[in-house]
Design a protein around this ligand. Sequence first.
Ligand code: FE2
Length: 267
Amino acid sequence: MIEAYERDGFLVLPDFASPASCDALRERAARIIADAPVRGQVSVFTTAEQERVSDDWFLGSGGEVRLFHEPDGVSVNKIGHALHDRDEVFSRFSRDPRLAALASDVGLTEPALLQSMYLVKAPRTGGEVDLHQDATFLWTDPITVTGFWWALADATTSNGCLWAMPGGHRSTPLHRRFIRAPGGGSAFEQVGAPSALPTPPDGLVPLEAKAGTLVVLHGLLPHWSAPNTSDRPRDAYSLHVVEAGARYPADNWLQRPADLPVKGFAA
Ligand code: FE2
């Protein structure tokens, strides 16, 4: 399996999480959404290039549990970005000893649990996530980010499952990273070569996943997901882990507050 991960840049592990633990996360997320204080103006999250909104609500979410909405302003797109530290149910799920062992197996020697997201991708309204590499958003020097993504409902090609480019982590150098712009807000900064990402997404395979499946994603692996045009939910949870010893730049968009240092699996 490790060989397959090194070759393909991803690993699909069915039945990693029990049906009961998937349900517990979905119920907890529904509770967080229901209990969220009503804000005068919601923060829209979309990965469509021209529409990316990086307001204070987004840039200040590194240590918080905050809602981000679809462009309709009603449906929740995701909850982020410190569920694994701020919420007991998500913290327990994220610190499963089996996950710590898996992180070690894929080469993380001192894993730091940097960021987490509950991805709603609601029926009929959940949007596309355009082709990207996670290292663009969670850059470390050297690049160490590794993604752990759980299907909490069955994910298929009709409700917006992940698609990935087999081996793309070896053939696609990082070309940009998402930073805090010096003048405020955010920006993409070019690093290295021009983009080698295919437009439109091409050469990808669907990673259909039953609820409970864990997908491990190399930080350089190009991946994408379609809108959810079905009537079925496609809830997922993702956790991004980096190497504690790697340099984490002060201009990365995601910054943790001083009172919430990044911790490992044991914390
Ligand atoms: Fe991603």
